[in-house]
Structure formats: C-alpha cells, structure tokens
Design a protein around this ligand. Structure first.
Ligand SMILES: [Fe+2]
Ligand SMILES: [Fe+2]
Length: 466
C-alpha cells in the first residue's frame, strides 16, 4: 500500500501540527511565563487532548518532507505547508525522525518539549542526544524522540506487501513480550514506550488486514510459545474490538492489555510454565496466581495515572474470570468483568485451545475451538463477543481442515471478511494438506473435521483458558 493509498490520519492531526508549529515559534521568542506564550500553550494543549482522546498515543513521524500520525499520512490544507516544512526541517536538523506523546501525558509536557526542542543544538549526531538529555532534565516522561527512520522503513515506505508488514509487526511485538517477561524475571521494569510502539504496529496491521496476522498466528512455528500466545491474544482482542467499532485509542489499549495479560507468568517458576506433562493440583494452584501477580507487576510499573496501564491491569487480573463471574481469581463478591477483560478472555481461550501449548498439550482445530466456546457462551464467555470473534476469524478460521463435498481434504488459509466461507487449499484425502497453495478455490464444505487431534473433555471442564 502506498502512503497515499493508506487511510489518512484524522483531521485533528493537521490541527495538532499547526499548533505545534506555532508553539515552537513562540518558545523561540517568548519566555515560559509570557502571556502570549501561555495563550498558545493553552490552545496547543486543548488540541493535544482531543488528538489523544481519538488516537491514544501520538506518534508524529517526519519523512521525506511529509508528516504522519500513527503511520497514517496527515492531510493538510495548502496554507499549512509552512508548518510542515518547518517541522520536517527542524526535526531533520536535530536528527529526529519521530516525536511521540504518550496518551494521558501531563499537560505541561508540550511546554517541556517546545523549550527543550528549541534549546537543542541543531547538529546531526548531537541533536538527538542533546534533546533527550534536555527532556530528561525537564522530567518530561510523556514525550519521547527517535532518530530518523532508515530508508525502507517507516510510514513512508508502505510499499511492502501486507504479509511482510504483518510479519514485521508480529515479530516486533514478540520481541517486546519476550523482553518484558525476561525483565520481569530479572526484577527489572518493562519498557513501556517500546511496548506501546509495538502495539501501534499491530493495531495498524489489524485495521489494514487482520487475516495476514491470523495467518502468522496459525503457523505456530515460533519456539517461544508463551510469547507468541501473548501476541496472538493481542491480535485477536484488537480484531474483536475493531468488529465492535472501537476507536483507535481503545484498540491500542486492548492491544497493550492483550500483550501483557499473562505477564504474571513471568513470576512463576519457568519449569511450571514449560512443563511438558499435564498439570497436577499443586501446579494448578500455582498457575492460578498469575492473574493477580500480573496485575501487581503492572501496578508497579508507573506511579502516575495512565489509562492504558489501568486497562492492562484489569485485563491481567480478570482475564480468567467468566462473563458470569465464575473462574479465577475467586472474588468475595463475584461481578461481571470489564468489557476489555471479557474480550481478552475470548481471545485468550481461542488461542489457548487452538495452540495446545498453554495448559493442554494437544491442540484443537479452530472450528472445534469455536464450537466448544459456543457451548460456554453466556457463562464463561460473553456470547456477543464470541460472535464478534467468529465474525473476525471466520466460521472456519485459518488452519481449519475441511472435508469437501467431493471427498477431498482442504486447509483454510485465507478468509474474506465479506464472505464467511473460506478459501482453501485442497489435497487428495490420502495425502497431507500442503503448505501455502499455488492456487486457491472457494469450496462449500459439507462436513468438517477438527484437524489437530481429539480433545479431552476433562481438560475443558477444568480450565477454559490460557
Ligand atoms: Fe492467563
Ligand atoms: Fe493467556
């Protein structure tokens, strides 16, 4: 997809750029206490608040004379060209490619940024470090800057096909989860800004082409399964949220919470997480501590109020609670979990069932997983959200093995959101289904089989999720 073909950033993005331009100009002329500066600052803060309400984190990228918000091109009226040129040139002189304002950052973050930016020595090789040091000195933790995006990457280089972009976003998120879990085990804090950037990448890809990410999830070829599970849950949760029509800021909250819903497992013995055998009662007692441990870990990450983190904390704590208040951790006064937690529970169970790597060691076909989940609709799972998941992944999700009406076997490798019947790859019944097909055909299946082994009923009654 070329940048011009990509969906544009909302109109508030152009307003924000204009306000930033005026504020930077004012900061170069006035002092912080000046009446004229304060007026410009108030106006800029108001636009920043509106933009954050729509988008959550705000990632402003300058590249090749153009500006992007959260990887979408910002469309301007012609009179804004001075602002665009100024920002692109001044950022480039300081070696800055990206400025990111975190959702819910303190109101005076804009002022700290404006004065630090103007005071920075505008020389390549020094500017970025100087600016970072000035932001640190000003305690402006809500804004971060990154260097120029290398050619071939970034929002202006969207020519790569959807599969490559999806894979890149998936792997980046995978690295973030892996790193976060390792840091947790070592007693070090998680890098929140990096995680947020990774989540934005996932949200972009889910909005653009969720099927490309579902395909990656279906491959299951990653060694570190626990990490891939967290990314898959994040992807499914965002896909469900998108079906519900949630705005981008909410999708980013969902994605972030999904990525860290199992962070508590990093505080359990690694031998338990990777145990190849079935869990015994003692294992289960320990494993059921991970929601509370995860919430506690997330609570300790940041002192100031943060909506994204608050959502993640409740998702970590509640994702094993049933829609009817069943499940764990046991609450003295059972209640219905938050909407985002119910979404996470559905996404979590679907990935846990189809992966066969979390608790139960044998995987289940995705269509069978949906059928089993449907049996628990209204109790363990929110029935409406389960329908949203089915709408997102398809009636026969990617990876389902189908027995077609002519007796041939097929594997679903692609779903069209406008046509719930899948595209599949066929093979003779006596041969294994091949990998990605050279050609595909839509076939109406008359029967279907779960392709990944039979399930243990006993397991299902014991734990529905991962
Ligand atoms: Fe979990
Ligand atoms: Fe999980």
């Amino acid at each position: 997809m070329t940048p011009d073909a990509a969906p544009a950033a909302p109109p508030v993005a152009a307003e924000l750029v204009h306000r930033l331009y005026v504020l930077l100009k004012a900061a170069s002329v006035y002092g912080r206490g000046n009446e004229g500066y304060r007026r410009h600052s108030e106006e800029a803060r108001e636009v920043l608040r509106r933009a954050q309400a729509e988008e959550g984190d705000l990632r402003i990228e300058a590249r090749e004379g153009r500006l992007f918000l959260n990887r979408r091109p910002i469309r301007f009226q012609s009179e804004a060209s001075a602002a665009v040129r100024f920002l692109c040139e001044e950022m480039a002189r300081r070696g800055v490619g990206v400025v990111e304002f975190a959702a819910g950052c303190a109101p005076d973050t804009l002022d700290a940024f404006a004065f630090a930016f103007q005071a920075t020595r505008p020389r390549r090789g020094e500017g970025l470090d100087d600016l970072r040091a000035r932001l640190r000195d000003a305690h402006a933790s809500g804004v971060s800057v990154e260097e120029d995006v290398p050619a071939g990457e970034g929002a202006a280089a969207e020519e790569a096909d959807a599969a490559a972009l999806a894979r890149r976003a998936f792997l980046r998120a995978l690295t973030v989860v892996q790193d976060a879990m390792k840091r947790q085990r070592a007693g070090q804090p998680v890098e929140l800004a990096r995680a947020r950037r990774a989540v934005h990448g996932l949200v972009d890809r889910v909005i653009a082409d969720p099927q490309a990410l579902f395909e990656l999830g279906a491959l299951r070829s990653f060694d570190a399964y626990t990490y891939a599970h967290c990314v898959n849950v994040s992807v499914y949760a965002v896909a469900i949220g998108a079906r519900l029509g949630l705005d981008r800021a909410r999708l980013a909250e969902l994605g972030f919470g999904g990525l860290f819903h199992d962070l508590g497992k990093a505080r359990l013995p690694i031998g338990l997480i990777d145990k190849p055998d079935e869990f015994d009662d003692a294992d289960w007692r320990r494993m059921r501590r991970h929601p509370a441990l995860g919430a506690k870990s997330l609570l300790g990450l940041k002192r100031d109020a943060d909506r994204v983190l608050a959502r993640a904390i409740s998702m970590a704590f509640e994702h094993h609670l049933g829609a009817d208040g069943s499940g764990y951790p046991r609450l003295k006064a059972p209640r219905r979990p938050d909407l985002f937690s119910r979404i996470c529970a559905v996404a979590d169970a679907f990935d846990a069932l189809t992966s066969g790597r979390v608790y139960q060691k044998t995987p289940m076909g995705p269509d069978e997983a949906l059928r089993r989940m449907a049996l628990r609709a209204g109790s363990s799972f929110d029935a409406f959200l389960l329908r949203a998941l089915i709408g997102a992944v398809g009636v026969f999700p990617i990876g389902t093995v189908l027995l077609l009406d002519d007796g041939e076997l097929g594997v679903v490798w692609r779903n069209d959101p406008n046509d719930l019947l899948p595209r599949g790859s066929r093979s003779s019944p006596t041969r294994a289904a091949p990998g990605p097909p050279a050609s595909s055909t839509s076939r109406r299946p008359t029967r279907r089989r779960a392709g990944r082994g039979a399930r243990s009923r006993a397991w299902w009654t014991r734990s529905a999720t991962g």
